[in-house]
Design a binder for this molecule. Structure first.
Ligand SMILES: C[S@@+](CC[C@H](N)C(=O)[O-])C[C@H]1O[C@@H](n2cnc3c(N)ncnc32)[C@H](O)[C@@H]1O
Length: 299
């Protein structure tokens, strides 16, 4: 929290987008500390907006709440919130702990529930569809790309074998299949990765992040900043690569003798290395343990 406030705020009277509003913790901290600031809070999850709207009611019209996907950042800010430019964009990717712990949302192998995993309860694709209808090859690819699952083809094969007998309808059924494949010492790690990979596919998380980063550049005032907190290597890679590309003038392959791309840098990287939480913060907030914060500034 302290680092977000320290790095994100370019203008104390500025307008900030919190693209992952959640319970409104970060938004409240900005609005409280900077008395003339304004925040546009976006979340895909209607439940989060309900909670945030209560938590932030004391800030009146300094907070604008919008239900939407940050993949549509530019249109949400310009057409819905009616601001053309902002001074900072914050993305604290992932999901709220309450959602992880809610069996009905189907995000966790620790609770039995339907295979759902949608951030937005109205979207079409569910974990059930991914697990029961995706072809084996695509399933394996998702496990590998989004979860860094090393035995992705083997696991996909076993899932497909199991679903022939009867559909895999619950988190527990999927968990039991994975548990039967590995020694118990390894299962927690594999389960975490498998569930993460399916969740990323269901919510198209990597594409959404890439879109939000690109659109941030369109809506940021010069000097404005993008701050992203990510929780696993796949997300962090996307942010790191985007910042690296946009902070270079030419992005032609090195073997080209002259520049053909005409690319102009639009960002300055503020955090050469990602900021990670202190031991104290991790002690007080276990879910911060894998967080990495990267910040860049629009030129
Ligand atoms: C880790 S929580 C954010 C917590 C928040 N920073 C706070 O202080 O309370 C992440 C939130 O982002 C939302 N979210 C994740 N992906 C999203 C997306 N593509 N578009 C909009 N909201 C998204 C989730 O629904 C969740 O509420």
């Amino acid at each position: 929290m302290n680092e977000v406030l320290q790095y994100l705020i370019a203008d104390e009277d500025g307008i900030y987008v919190d693209g992952t509003l959640g319970d409104g913790g970060h938004s409240a901290a900005i609005l409280k500390k900077f008395e003339n600031s304004k925040v546009i809070g976006i979340d895909e999850d209607a439940d989060a907006l309900k909670i945030a709207s209560k938590n932030l009611s004391l800030f009146g019209n300094r907070i604008t709440l919008i239900q939407g996907n940050f993949a549509d950042l530019e249109s949400l800010v310009r057409e819905e919130a009616r601001y053309n430019y902002v001074d900072g964009v914050l993305l604290d990717i992932g999901l709220r702990q309450e959602v992880v712990d809610d069996p009905d949302r189907g995000f966790s192998f620790r609770h039995d529930g339907p295979l759902d995993m949608r951030f937005n309860k109205h979207s079409q694709l569910t974990a059930y569809i991914v697990v029961n209808r995706y072809p084996q090859k695509r399933l394996a690819e998702i496990l590998r790309r989004y979860g860094d699952v090393s035995q992705s083809r083997y696991i996909a094969n076993r899932i497909v074998f199991a679903r022939i007998k009867s559909p895999i309808a619950t988190t527990n059924q999927l968990t039991q299949i994975i548990k039967s494949l590995f020694p118990s010492s390894a299962t927690k790690n594999v389960l975490q990765k498998v569930f993460q990979a399916i969740r990323i596919e269901v919510n198209d998380e990597f594409n959404a992040l890439e879109s939000a980063l690109k659109q941030s550049l369109e809506i940021l005032n010069p000097g404005g900043k993008i701050a992203v907190i990510s929780y696993h290597s796949g997300e962090d890679r996307i942010v790191k690569k985007f910042f690296a590309t946009e902070s270079k003038d030419c992005i032609c392959p090195p073997e080209l003798p002259v520049c053909r791309c005409g690319h102009k840098k639009s960002l300055k990287i503020i955090t050469k290395k990602p900021i990670i939480p202190s031991a104290d913060e991790v002690k007080n907030n276990r879910s911060a343990r894998s967080a990495k914060l990267r910040v860049a500034q629009k030129i």
